[in-house]
Design a protein around this ligand. Structure first.
Ligand SMILES: [Fe+2]
Length: 212
């Protein structure tokens, strides 16, 4: 009798242990799966896009880097024009660039293409006059010094899929090649900017004509 009771008790313990093990295993699989999902969260297929990450509410002016970001202050201004020369209102401009070390620095909480482009990025929507403005820092060239320092821009609008335009460069950059200078648009549409300094802040102007 006592022997039978012991077997029953051991069986109960085994069942309980099996149950606990299953539960733990499920939890561990479950949390593992969550970790996996996070780490394998697919990056956007388009490596250079950023319009899909834009906040819903946009102004014609935004701050990419605040005063805590090391580097020289820079304001990029300009106007976007339609092909007929009229100002293009409502155009979404996405801009991103490297930090003072020439790196697309990540803070760790980036989403979408921020995981590629880092935290120094921003969005504006041109106003009725077609104007835009980015307040940020002057970026540095990649550590490899393979390219001049630059700010990437993409443009998009309701009736215009996002497209990439040549990045903005800075005239005093020794990494700018003669080929780049020869290829530079003239006048206000030039992408190689001659910056002026105003109250300690570099200011650059780049107007943009929408593609056909
Ligand atoms: Fe780049």
């Amino acid at each position: 009798m006592q022997h039978k009771f012991l077997i029953t008790e051991i069986s109960s313990i085994l069942i309980l242990l099996t149950f606990l093990n299953c539960t733990n295993s499920t939890e561990s699989k479950s949390s593992g799966a969550i970790t996996q999902v996070k780490s394998q969260e697919p990056l956007p297929k388009c490596e250079w896009c950023g319009a899909m990450d834009a906040p819903e509410e946009l102004s014609w002016s935004t701050t990419i880097a605040d005063e805590n970001e090391p580097g020289e202050r820079l304001v990029l201004n300009g106007t976007v024009f339609n092909q007929d020369g009229t100002p293009a209102a409502g155009v979404l401009i996405y801009a991103y660039h490297t930090n003072l070390q020439g790196i697309y620095e990540k803070k760790g909480d980036e989403t979408g293409n921020g995981k590629r482009h880092g935290h120094l990025r921003g969005w504006v929507r041109t106003d009725a006059q077609g104007r835009y403005q980015f307040k940020t820092i002057k970026p540095a060239a990649y550590p490899s010094r393979s390219e001049p320092a630059h700010v990437h821009f993409t443009l998009s609008a309701a009736d215009m899929p996002e497209y990439w335009i040549k990045s903005t460069l800075f005239d005093d950059d020794p990494l700018i090649t003669s080929g780049m200078r020869a290829d530079n648009d003239k006048g206000k549409f030039a992408r190689i900017l001659s910056l002026t300094k105003n109250d300690g802040v570099w200011v650059g102007e780049r107007d943009i004509k929408l593609k056909k």
